[in-house]
Ligand binder design. Structure first.
Ligand SMILES: [Fe+2]
Length: 461
C-alpha cells in the first residue's frame, strides 16, 4: 500500500485522518507527535508519498520547520497543513479544519494526480483497521466488525454483526486498551464517512461549536465564513445509512465550494449574502438546508450519466441548490409551520408585502445577487433565474415553460421530488419514491420535463 506521514499531537485528529486516508486514498498513514520524530523517520525512509501536519503543535507554530524538513528529504511530495499559520505559504495545501477530511484527501489525490480509477485499482488489504476510539461513536455496528486475536496475526474473528448494538463490547475493548478493530475494506468508504460524521458531531457537542479548534477562517481574509462543513444534517435520519453517508460527503465538498465563492464577495454583496449563509448554517437541522442538499443529491444523480456531464456542471448544480434557497430561508425561519409544497398558495396570502415579494421573486433576487460576484461559474445567475421553469424569475407554480435551459429543468424537477419526500410523514423508501413520481407527473405536463421525471425512477434513495 502507498503510505504518507502525519505530524499531529491530537489523538482524535490522527485517528480521523488515518481512517479517511485509508478509505479515500487506499494508503496507510504513519503518525508522529513531534517534528524531531518526523526528521528521524524521513532520514531513514524517503518513500512517503505525502506529508500532513498540524500548523501548530501544543500551540506553537511549526509550519516553517515542517516545510524545511519535508523539503530536505521529500522535496516533491505534497504537504497539507491543517489549521492556521502565520508562516503559511500560499502555494501549499492548507485545510482549515481537522474535521474537513474530504479537503485533505482531495488535495493529496489532486497533487499526486490520482484519479478515481487509479484509486479503485490500488491494492488494499482485505480488512482495514478502525481505532476503537472512533468506532465507539456509533451506537450500532455499521458493518461486521472483526478483531485480531493476539498471537494469531493473520486471523480475523467476527466480533459484532452489522446492525447489532455493541455497548458492552466497546467498553471491554476500551478497558483492554485494544487499539483497533477491523472491517472489510470493501465497505470502507460508507462506514468511515459515517463514523467521521458521528465523531465530528459528538466532538462538537462536547466542546461547543465556538471552540477555537473548530474555527475556520479564510486565509488572507480574517472574515469568518462557514465555520464548519454541513456535517450535521440530522434529519436525514429518514434516509438509509449509505445515502446518509453520501450526503455527508456531498455536504463537505459543497462547503469548500461555497467558501470559495464567498471569499470573493467581501466588497460586493457583503454582508447580506454572508449573513444568509450563516443563518442557513445555524438552521442546519431545519427544512431548507435539508431541501437544498437533498435536491442537490437528486440533481447530481439525475445528470451524472449524461454524456454532457462534467465536474463544472456539477459545481453549478451545487451552487444553484444551495444559493437559491437562501432567498426563502428567512420566511421558513420566521414561520416554521410554513407549508413545504402543497398548500403554499394559501399561506402565501398571509405574508406581508415584503415577504411576498421575496418569496415570489427569490429566483430573480438571488440571481441578481450572484451576478455581482466576480468569477461565478458561467451561466449560474441564469440557472438560478430559471430554476422554477420560467425566464422571469417568478416562483409562480403554474408558470413553467419549455423555453428554459435543460439544466434548470433538471433542478426544478429535483426540487419538487425532494420537497415531496421531505413533506411526507412516512419514511423515504421505494413506495414513497413512486408516489412522488406520480405526483410530479400529474403536476408537470410539458414533454421535456416529463422526460426528466422518467429518470427519477432510477434514483438511489
Ligand atoms: Fe427556488
Amino acid at each position: 500500500m502507498s503510505h504518507g506521514i502525519m505530524v499531529c499531537d491530537v489523538p482524535l485528529y490522527r485517528d480521523l485522518t488515518k481512517v479517511n486516508v485509508i478509505a479515500y486514498l487506499a494508503s496507510k498513514l504513519v503518525c508522529v507527535e513531534k517534528i524531531e520524530k518526523l526528521d528521524m523517520l524521513l532520514q531513514l525512509d524517503q518513500t512517503y508519498e505525502f506529508v500532513i501536519t498540524l500548523a501548530a503543535l501544543d500551540k506553537v507554530d511549526v509550519t516553517k520547520q515542517v516545510i524545511a524538513i519535508k523539503d530536505q528529504y521529500l522535496p516533491n511530495v505534497p504537504l497539507v497543513i491543517i489549521g492556521h499559520s502565520a508562516d503559511l505559504i500560499n502555494k501549499l495545501g492548507n485545510v482549515l479544519s481537522p474535521f474537513d477530511q474530504i479537503s485533505i484527501v482531495k488535495f493529496i489525490a489532486n497533487q499526486l494526480g490520482w484519479t478515481p480509477t487509479d484509486l479503485m485499482n490500488k491494492r488494499i488489504d482485505q480488512y482495514i483497521p478502525i481505532p476503537v476510539a472512533l468506532i465507539q461513536y456509533s451506537p450500532t455496528a455499521l458493518e461486521d466488525i472483526y478483531i485480531k486475536p493476539k498471537g494469531q496475526s493473520d486471523e480475523y474473528v467476527l466480533a459484532v454483526k452489522s446492525g447489532d448494538s455493541f455497548e458492552i463490547m466497546k467498553k471491554n475493548w476500551l478497558e483492554m486498551n485494544l487499539e483497533n478493530v477491523y472491517i472489510s475494506s470493501i465497505k470502507r468508504v460508507t462506514v468511515i464517512t459515517e463514523i467521521t460524521r458521528l465523531a465530528v458531531k459528538k466532538t462538537r457537542e462536547a466542546i461547543g461549536s465556538d471552540s477555537e479548534s473548530m474555527q475556520l477562517k479564510v486565509v488572507g481574509d480574517n472574515r469568518e465564513i462557514l465555520s464548519e462543513s454541513f456535517s450535521d444534517l440530522a434529519q436525514f435520519e429518514k434516509l438509509p445509512v449509505e445515502i446518509k453517508a453520501e450526503m455527508g460527503v456531498l455536504a463537505q465538498e459543497t462547503t469548500v465550494l461555497i467558501n470559495k465563492i464567498l471569499s470573493r464577495t467581501s466588497k460586493v454583496v457583503n454582508p447580506a449574502l454572508n449573513d444568509l449563509v450563516n443563518t442557513f448554517k445555524s438552521e442546519e437541522k431545519s427544512y431548507i438546508p435539508q431541501l437544498s442538499f437533498l435536491s442537490m443529491y437528486i440533481s447530481l444523480q439525475l445528470i451524472k450519466d449524461e454524456i454532457w456531464f462534467h465536474e463544472t456542471v456539477g459545481e453549478k448544480i451545487r451552487y444553484l441548490h444551495f444559493f437559491n434557497n437562501l432567498g426563502i430561508l428567512p420566511i421558513y425561519k420566521k414561520y416554521p409551520e410554513f407549508p413545504k409544497d402543497k398548500n403554499i398558495l394559501k399561506y402565501y396570502q398571509n405574508l406581508n408585502a415584503k415577504e411576498k415579494e421575496l418569496y415570489r421573486w427569490h429566483p430573480k433576487i438571488i440571481s441578481s445577487l450572484m451576478a455581482k460576484i466576480p468569477g461565478i461559474p458561467l451561466g449560474l445567475d441564469q440557472l438560478i433565474l430559471q430554476h422554477h421553469g420560467n425566464t422571469t424569475g417568478d416562483f409562480d407554480l403554474s408558470l413553467i415553460h419549455e423555453d428554459v435551459s435543460l439544466l434548470a429543468k433538471y433542478c426544478y424537477i429535483s426540487e419538487l421530488f425532494a420537497e415531496f419526500l421531505l413533506d411526507s410523514s412516512s419514511s423515504i423508501d421505494e413506495i414513497l419514491k413512486f408516489e412522488a413520481i406520480k405526483y410530479i407527473r400529474n403536476r408537470v405536463t410539458l414533454r421535456s420535463y416529463l422526460k426528466i421525471v422518467d429518470g427519477l425512477e432510477k434514483i438511489k434513495i
